[in-house]
Design a protein around this ligand. Structure first.
Ligand code: FES
Length: 157
């Protein structure tokens, strides 16, 4: 029926919502990588906001925890240290610059490739920080780098 119980919703949400730390500690460390089930998620505190994003870059699995954070076109991005792809922290969009050759003088403008990196939700309650995994079916490009196959092949010592 229509009123599918909210109990189920709550249960579904809590399955994927985890306490990840004290607000103060995360603000202090600024970046924390958390393994949640099969995912490795980078939690970031930047200029008053929390973000959570799959830690391995959608392009080739680069370590986003080592990326710089910069604004491009007014949007806060993490820049992958491997090939400098720019990913918006809030949405996981891949940004790039393009030039329209018919418009002179040539002027690069920022464009979006759409959502490439899976981002998750951070909730702060009192002094506690929670992470809710984004379980939308996707696939989103970054998902590949969270698979067992990838991890077993490339991340095992
Ligand atoms: Fe991130 Fe290539 S792996 S830009």
């Amino acid at each position: 029926g229509k009123n599918m119980s909210s109990d189920e919703d709550v249960a579904a949400a809590s399955r994927h919502t985890l306490f990840i730390g004290k607000k103060e500690n995360i603000i202090q460390s600024r970046r924390v990588v958390k393994s949640v089930g099969e995912r490795d998620v980078l939690v970031i505190y930047h200029q008053g906001d929390f973000y959570a994003i799959d830690v391995r870059c959608y392009h080739s699995g680069g370590p986003l925890q080592e990326g710089d954070i910069e604004d491009f076109d007014g949007r806060t991005c993490i820049v992958c240290p491997w090939h400098k792809y720019k990913i918006t922290l809030a949405e996981g969009e891949g940004l790039y610059q393009a030039v329209d050759p018919s418009v002179k003088p040539l002027k690069p403008t920022w464009c979006s490739k759409g959502i490439k990196q899976r981002v998750h939700t951070v909730t702060v309650s009192n002094e506690d920080v929670f992470l809710t995994l984004n379980d939308s079916p996707g696939p989103i490009d970054s998902d590949y780098y969270q698979t067992e196959k990838y991890r077993n092949t490339f991340l095992k010592e």
